[in-house]
Design a protein around this ligand. Structure first.
Ligand code: BDR
Ligand code: CA
Length: 308
């Protein structure tokens, strides 16, 4: 089993990613850490606890993380895509379990020290918790096996600005720090996640399945899909965060290329862009393995089989 920590801003696709991970026997989930992004960190923590309870997985410990970016003001929530509450405004019972007292970044360090070279961190929200952990314990870059980052857009437009993807945009300085740190990184960006779409037909199947879980997820994803349609993506909604979990389970879903990635922190029009050196003779040594191709049919089949 692969030891993983999942860092989330739960969020509809984060919820799907959690369900996929919980139902994947290849993964040993050491804990879920929370951050801001789609919603505030308090809401992310509450949503994470609610989703884990819905999944019957409330034994997985949840650690609240950063409430704001390293150096900037907190940006607007992503209400259009995730609703006011982050879960497409569906109502789930208040969580019965509480989050742990330990901070997310502290728990990351503790687990990395406890299992040197064994822990994969899957980040599907802002990179603030990981950056905080690296600042507090620079050895994290050697202790952690790999970081799988859902974030960035190398060959395609952004989704928060014309060039920036939401998770990088949430805290560009944190992302910059992580990419400069030397920690082994796999980037699962919009380049591949916008090729793995969930469609309305899938939601019909979930409704027909008729369980509490499948119905709740169908309702959430209906909201997500309607939001995608409003911005012109009528074919379906991107399985961003689930693909990052998928890559942790089976790296053969994607093809990666080693590349140098820098994060623009200029504050200008290209702020939060992930800039890749894709020249035939790059000037800078690679700092990440970037997913540029995905076997979307293989991934989608696996995800759909596992998610409930
Ligand atoms: C990413 O941003 C968030 O809105 C999603 O949950 C996902 O992690 C996609 O850009
Ligand atoms: Ca997310």
């Amino acid at each position: 089993m692969k030891k993983v920590l999942i860092d989330v801003d739960t969020g509809i696709d984060d919820a799907l990613a959690l369900s996929y991970a919980v139902h994947s026997p290849e993964l040993e989930i050491l804990g879920v850490t929370t951050t801001f992004g789609n919603i505030t960190v308090e809401e992310a923590t509450r949503n994470t606890l609610q989703i884990l309870e819905l999944l019957g997985a409330s034994q997985i410990p949840v650690f609240p993380g950063a409430s704001r970016p390293l150096f900037r003001e907190l940006k607007e929530k992503a209400k259009l895509f995730h609703g006011e509450n982050g879960l497409g405004n569906i109502q789930l019972p208040p969580p019965r379990t509480a989050a742990r007292r330990e901070k997310a970044s502290v728990y990351m360090i503790e687990q990395a020290r406890l299992h040197p070279g064994e822990v994969t961190i899957i980040t599907v929200g802002s990179l603030t918790n990981l950056a905080t952990a690296i600042m507090a314990e620079p050895e994290m870059t050697k202790l952690v096996k790999r970081v799988i980052i859902m974030g960035g857009a190398v060959t395609v437009p952004g989704n928060r600005t014309p060039v920036a993807e939401a998770n990088i945009c949430a805290d560009p300085e944190a992302a910059d720090l992580v990419f400069r740190s030397g920690i082994p990184i796999t980037v699962v960006g919009l380049d591949v996640t916008m090729q793995t779409l969930l469609t309305r037909e899938h939601l019909e199947t979930w409704r027909e399945l008729g369980t509490d879980v499948s119905r709740s997820f169908a309702e959430m994803c209906q909201f997500y899909m309607d939001a995608y349609a409003k911005v012109g993506n009528v074919r379906g909604c991107g399985l961003h965060d689930p693909l990052a979990v998928g890559v942790a389970i089976d790296p053969s879903f994607v093809r990666t290329s080693p590349m140098y990635i820098a994060v623009d922190t200029s504050g200008g029009l290209s702020d939060a862009r992930t800039i890749a050196d894709r020249r035939s003779q790059p000037e800078f040594p690679p700092n990440a393995d970037v997913c540029l191709e995905v076997d979307h049919a293989k991934f989608l089949a696996h995800f759909l089989q596992r998610v409930f």
